[in-house]
Design a protein around this ligand. Structure first.
Ligand code: ADP
Ligand code: MG
Length: 233
């Protein structure tokens, strides 16, 4: 499903070259639930941007569903991103002026789906997260946990290959965070592929597999047969 081989990322600003990821190797199979952990500044978001086709590696190979994406032009990369990735962010990233349903419909608008089909699929996705009765509410009329559930419905509505979540419970209280984590458990049990980025070991425990990065390198992978193996510090 996801395969990174010798992925390196260096940011250039003026004469400065900042190496952020160094030789990242791992793959994720369909249906896996993986947590990527690491301290602040270790390169988690950089890695998420690459996995989510928002950015390309400086060198190395990244394949998603057998397709090499590391050399793609922006437009083609965007197409792959829209078709294959469902994003969930810490701050929900809902559009404040749109209803829950219209927010969920957005990926379908980009995909050129007709209005009537969009509406059916969006309501179905909202039902899945238990919020069909809130479809006309705007984000500010919903609690944080509900907003994140709308964001999950939006991520699911396109039936993406991978759900990619960056600190999805980071902005929530413990109780609403639990509801979100239970929803991820459910999605995993249905066979969805989930990659979650978190710095919270309690959250990471929910996943089947934990990958720890530090200073841009994988220092531990709890499922050695899938990657480069468990390495200790
Ligand atoms: P994390 O998400 O684990 O906190 P990031 O991937 O955001 O880590 O950042 C890793 C390192 O890369 C940090 O030192 C950060 O300052 C640097 N960095 C991130 N984005 C850029 C950028 N666009 N240009 C230059 N340096 C960056
Ligand atoms: Mg980050």
């Amino acid at each position: 499903m996801i395969k990174l081989t010798e992925v390196c990322k260096t940011y250039h600003s003026g004469k400065l070259h900042v190496p952020v990821l160094q030789s990242i190797n791992f793959h994720v199979n369909q249906g896996e639930y993986v947590a990527i952990m690491g301290p602040s500044g270790s390169g988690k978001s950089t890695l998420m941007n690459i996995i989510g086709c928002l950015d390309r590696p400086t060198s190395g190979s990244y394949q998603i569903n057998g397709k090499e994406v590391s050399q793609m032009e922006d437009l083609e990369l965007a197409r792959v991103r829209n078709r294959m990735i469902g994003f969930i962010f810490q701050q929900f990233q809902l559009l404040p002026r749109l209803s829950a349903q219209k927010n969920v419909e957005l990926p379908l608008v980009y995909a050129g789906i007709s209005k009537s089909k969009r509406s059916i699929q969006a309501v179905e996705a909202l039902r899945k997260v238990g919020l069909a009765d809130r479809k006309s509410h705007r984000p500010k009329e919903l609690s944080g946990g509900q907003q994140q559930r709308v964001a999950i419905a939006r991520a699911l509505v396109n039936d993406p290959h991978v759900l990619l979540a960056d600190e999805p419970t980071g902005a929530l209280d413990t109780k609403s965070g639990q509801v979100i984590l239970e929803l991820f458990d459910e999605l995993h049990q249905e066979g969805r592929t989930v990659v979650m980025i978190t710095h919270d070991p309690e959250v990471a425990k929910r996943a089947q597999r934990q990958i720890i990065i530090r200073d841009g390198e994988i220092i531990e992978d709890s499922m050695p047969s899938h990657g480069i193996g468990r390495r200790s510090l």
